[in-house]
Design a protein around this ligand. Structure first.
Ligand SMILES: Cc1ncc(COP(=O)(O)O)c(C=O)c1O
Ligand SMILES: N[C@@H](CCCC[NH3+])C(=O)O
Length: 435
């Protein structure tokens, strides 16, 4: 059994996270329940930051809040000295509500609406990562309207294919994101941004994908960008002051996943950037990164209560829990794999394999196939590990299932940071038929 961060088995044979008994948590808050190990988030953030600080490189580590967004999480990220990557008006609004410094917010998205840009400009965010020409026009108009100037990065697709699931690979040429580096679009975007009195072009941004275990893709992205830097300098009089290499650093979900420590990705980026900057006789650009999954992914665990079972002899034993694709879309979306244990009988040996089904009306609503477990019954609590990234944030109300609450656990203390939705919440926006 692989336990992440502060997770351990206590004297009662129960899974403990952040010094808190998860069985007690399930009793108090009900299930499904997301539990975050705050100390592990602190550790992950420190790893990235320390790598930059050790190398004395100007940097920003922006938390990619799409991985898990709520007011308390922005506040924690702020406490940890992180900046914030938001990708919608909703994430930006949550960050505003969290009262984090707006100048540390970077706004992403391939189709930002006029209203979203308006909110961003009014709030005075740190920078907009401009994705396309339409957005550039909208941003220009918005800045004119508010008589403001905005720092911008240009999102580019460097033509690097990350080794990961197709749906979470973004750096290849055939991608919906960003300006293409090789076909002249980036040059045109640079010219347009430089010509704008309302945009201050800081540099470029590349994000090659997610759940990446090797540094090669990031190094290749830097190499590709530097291939163009001389051209930008001589032809367009543009030298990037910031190079944002995005996020995508992998985590261990299951045995066989072998991520590097966060600092290792950073060291390799710095190493190659220093080489290329020296060769180009230019000052080292600031390096920005945007980890999401690697900051919060393995810090999150979902607790479920075991319900019905269906044993098909010699075929499969299904074990259904009180959540599923409504709180974790990743298995059905990407065939993502997870590990789990019975939180209340954590020391017991597995006797068989069980396939964990969700409660949604979809055959594809399976959380884990063939998980070794002791024989379970309806009083058992199943803990599924590593659900901290893209779990709650992709949770939904399919079948009108209310979304679970979220607690933060640290040093024996628990804080409820997102309440459980109830049935009233589900009908809050519904209007009766008018006759
Ligand atoms: C632009 C951008 N930055 C950062 C991230 C965060 O990625 P991850 O959670 O894999 O670190 C993403 C998501 O893939 C992204 O699209
Ligand atoms: N949501 C995805 C990753 C996409 C990241 C956003 N660009 C996942 O769960 O792996």
């Amino acid at each position: 059994m692989y336990l992440h961060g502060s997770s351990q088995i206590n004297v009662h044979g129960h899974l403990e996270i952040g010094g808190v008994d998860t069985v007690a948590l399930a009793k108090e808050h009900g299930t499904p329940l997301f539990v975050y190990d705050v100390a592990l988030i602190r550790k992950k953030a420190a790893e990235f930051k320390e790598a930059f600080e050790k190398e004395q490189v100007p940097y920003q580590v922006a938390y990619a809040s799409k991985a898990f967004s709520c007011i308390a999480m922005y506040q924690l990220a702020n406490e940890l000295g992180l900046s914030f990557d938001v990708v919608s008006g909703g994430e930006l609004y949550t960050a505003i509500k969290a009262e984090v410094p707006m100048n540390k917010v970077h706004f992403h998205g391939n189709n930002k609406s006029p209203e979203e840009l308006d909110l961003a400009v009014k709030a005075g965010i740190g920078c907009v990562v401009v994705d396309n020409f339409y957005e550039m026009t909208l941003l220009e108009e918005t800045c004119v309207r508010h008589n403001k100037t905005m720092d911008v990065l240009l999102r580019i697709t460097p033509g690097v294919e990350a080794h990961t699931h197709d749906y979470i690979s973004t750096g290849q040429e055939d991608s919906k994101f960003g300006f293409d580096l090789t076909n002249g679009q980036v040059d045109q975007a640079i010219k347009q941004a430089l010509a704008s009195p309302h945009m201050n072009l800081l540099g470029v941004h590349s994000h090659i994908g997610s759940q990446i275990f090797e540094t090669k893709g990031f190094v290749m992205a830097v190499e590709k960008i530097f291939e163009y830097i001389e051209h930008w300098r001589t032809e367009l009089e543009f030298i990037p002051r910031v190079l944002n290499l995005g996020g995508g650093f992998g985590i261990r979900y299951v045995e066989g996943d072998e991520p590097l420590p966060g600092g290792e990705y950073v060291y390799q980026m710095i190493k190659v950037m220093k080489q290329y900057a020296e060769k180009a006789e230019m000052a080292l650009p600031e390096i920005w990164i945007e980890p999401g999954r690697s900051l919060v992914g393995d810090a999150g665990t979902t607790l479920y209560t075991v319900g019905s079972q269906k044993d098909i002899p010699n075929v499969r034993h299904y074990l259904a829990v009180d959540g599923g694709m409504s709180d974790n879309l990743r298995p059905s979306l990407y065939q993502a794999e997870y590990e789990g244990i019975l939180a209340n009988r954590a020391n017991e040996e597995a006797t068989d394999t069980f396939s964990i089904a969700g409660k949604c009306c979809e055959s594809g609503d399976m959380l884990i196939w063939d998980l070794p477990l002791p024989k379970a019954n309806h009083e058992d609590i199943l803990a599924v590990f590593c659900t901290g990234a893209y779990g709650y944030s992709m949770a939904n109300n399919y079948n009108r299932i209310p979304r679970p609450p979220v607690v933060f656990a640290e040093n024996g203390d628990v804080q409820l940071v997102v309440k459980r939705e109830d049935y009233e919440d589900l009908v809050r926006l519904d209007l009766p038929l008018s006759r």
